[in-house]
Design a protein around this ligand. Structure first.
Ligand code: 6R9
Length: 565
């Protein structure tokens, strides 16, 4: 298979991994351990390595976080971040929250969210960050499954949390104030507050730290649990892939409720002592360009959908000074070669694709800044990572052959477990291979080309949506008898959620009803799970023997329609 796009060589410069070849054979993840204090003490805590350590090393006055939302702007130094996380950690600890407890954080992209996540980790709790757009049932499913005992939120978002249905929930902390005395307000830090000593809970590398729920093609979202050891990979990829240096202003546009927003929105940059930008609010091209200019962003990690939306507003670029940008990266969905061309032509920079998953905790297949980019390819496995294309029996396929993208077990940021679901965890592996569920081929030089999913999972704007979750919600609506949900190819979002439904007798297909069904999913589950298109059918295609809905059949027809049009 050949690629019609021109290969883009790296620009001149010193990179932290400039001799990519050669390193591959000699590199070992153990060699990274020397970077951490636990290498000497045997005691570990991610929050220490992300914050306190930098204060101990004399960087307390360095800006850790720049927060921008509309006209609001706030900065926090590493020292302030230490004080705020210490204070909240001490408060949680004093009220009996302990190692291993599940603390859920439901906040918008705001410094409070970053403080809450790290304060929970500081006391050894397992933190579950929730995406800010989640509605009642998405929140319920996750918190119930995880038996969360603590929630940190604000009084506005709390309205979406079905607290009475969560039997394990013992306390709710809010970042603002409320009349409700059962809620615990987190006090604001004042300059009189003194340092709090010994609040850190030192844990083992393999102790649980963060849980992200993610969708597959069947069943409810699963809790992917990661341990403190992820730091080894996040630190190293922060250096090699994000190319972070001490004077960088780094902006990852993802919310910490998604794995990108935690692994690369919090941990990788702060392990590398970078200044991060947190932008509150929704996507708007003008605001995004303004954030880059205002904060002087040098390294920028975002997603293809966002780049495509910005591409659509190219005429705005001339109004901003974006010259601070040095390095751009992408993740979450296929990065079209056209977007890379846009980056080169408009921003004079290559956009570096990276591939990984919630389960893998950190990047695995990447375009390093020192590496030639082949547009259309996600890049090559990192040193220390062995990838292959295999068949369903676990046999390695030849270069150029399409098959399942698999990774040899044993990288540091691999998930620790699937929460209370050992069977699901084991289903990811065949022999020594971790199965990603993605279809790809690899060329002679080891570049991997993504070709789609092997299952029915939907990827809309880089977000994983399980068809089952949406179908289950749809059939809760009184008018819906049966439902099948697929990802329909879309030029901007990659895919959109499309639902095929069979109506209950007595209901007739009309725009008002469809709108009502959409709103039902939107407010019960979440905005991104809402089917943007609904089609009413007399019956759904099913397998003859087991009667399973043939989503693939529906998808094939949908793609045929697009090709014909
Ligand atoms: C980090 C993250 C994982 C799935 C993955 C794949 C898709 C991720 C991609 C990509 C094409 C890329 N995906 N990166 N597809 N090119 N560079 O996205 O995690 O939300 O778990 O999604 O996303 O299908 O299997 P997650």
């Amino acid at each position: 298979m050949t690629n019609k796009f021109i290969h883009l060589p790296p620009t001149e410069g010193e990179y932290q991994l400039s001799h990519y070849e050669g390193t591959r054979d000699v590199f070992s993840w153990e060699s990274v351990h020397a970077q951490f204090s636990w290498n000497k003490t045997g005691k570990v805590n991610m929050a220490y390595e992300c914050i306190d350590r930098h204060v101990d090393d004399g960087y307390g006055d360095k800006t850790a976080l720049i927060y921008i939302e509309g006209t609001k702007r706030e900065e926090l130094t590493f020292h302030e971040l230490k004080k705020r996380t210490d204070q909240l950690a001490a408060l949680l600890k004093s009220r009996g929250v302990k190692k291993g407890d599940r603390v859920f954080v439901f906040l918008t992209k705001h410094p409070d969210c970053y403080v809450a996540v790290l304060a929970s980790i500081k006391i050894g709790a397992i933190v579950g960050p929730l995406f800010e757009a989640f509605m009642e049932e998405a929140i319920y499913d996750r918190m119930y499954d995880c038996e969360a005992s603590v929630l940190i939120t604000n009084s506005e978002l709390l309205e979406r949390v079905p607290v009475n249905k969560l039997p394990h929930l013992k306390s709710i902390y809010i970042t603002d104030e409320s009349e409700d005395e059962s809620l615990l307000s987190i006090p604001k830090l004042t300059s009189n507050d003194t340092e709090i000593a010994d609040v850190i809970e030192w844990v083992d590398l393999n102790d649980g730290m963060i849980i992200h729920y993610t969708s597959g093609s069947t069943g409810k979202p699963k809790g992917v649990l990661h341990a403190h050891r992820v730091m080894v990979q996040q630190y190293q990829t922060g250096k090699w892939v994000l190319d972070l240096r001490d004077d960088d202003i780094y902006w990852c546009t993802a919310h910490p409720g998604w794995v990108t927003g935690s692994s690369y929105g919090i941990f990788a940059p702060w392990l590398n002592r970078a200044t991060i930008v947190v932008h509150g609010g929704r996507f708007a091209a003008e605001e995004w360009f303004d954030v880059i200019e205002q904060a002087g962003v040098t390294v920028w990690y975002s997603a293809p959908t966002a780049f495509r939306l910005l591409m659509d507003k190219t005429e705005l670029v001339k109004n901003y000074n974006l010259s601070s940008l040095r390095h751009i990266l992408s993740v979450g969905e296929p990065l079209n070669p056209e977007v890379i061309t846009w980056g080169v032509e408009t921003l004079n920079l290559r956009i570096h694709d990276t591939w990984w998953m919630t389960e893998t905790g950190g990047q695995l297949i990447v375009n390093l800044p020192s590496q030639t980019i082949k547009p259309g390819s996600m890049g090559r496995p990192l040193p220390g990572i062995q990838a292959a294309i295999i068949d369903h029996q676990g046999n390695e396929l030849k270069r150029g052959e399409l098959g399942l993208l698999a990774i040899k077990k044993g990288w540091p940021s691999m998930m620790k477990e699937i929460w209370k679901n050992e069977e699901k965890y084991h289903s990811y592996f065949i022999h020594d291979w971790y199965l990603s569920g993605d279809l790809a081929y690899m060329d002679e030089e080891g570049y991997v080309f993504f070709q789609g999913r092997d299952d029915d999972m939907i990827n809309s704007s880089g977000e994983r949506i399980g068809p089952f979750e949406v179908e289950s919600k749809l059939i809760e609506h009184p008018a819906v008898l049966e439902a099948a949900v697929i990802g329909k190819p879309d030029p901007v979002r990659g895919e959109i959620v499309k639902a095929f439904i069979v109506l209950v007798g007595g209901y007739t297909d009309n725009p008002k009803l469809k709108k009502e069904i959409q709103t039902f999913v939107r407010y019960k589950l979440s905005a991104h799970s809402m089917p943007r298109e609904i089609e009413v059918l007399d019956e759904l295609p099913k397998t003859q023997i087991s009667g399973k809905i043939l989503r693939r059949e529906l998808k094939r027809k949908e793609i045929e329609k697009l090709v014909v049009n």
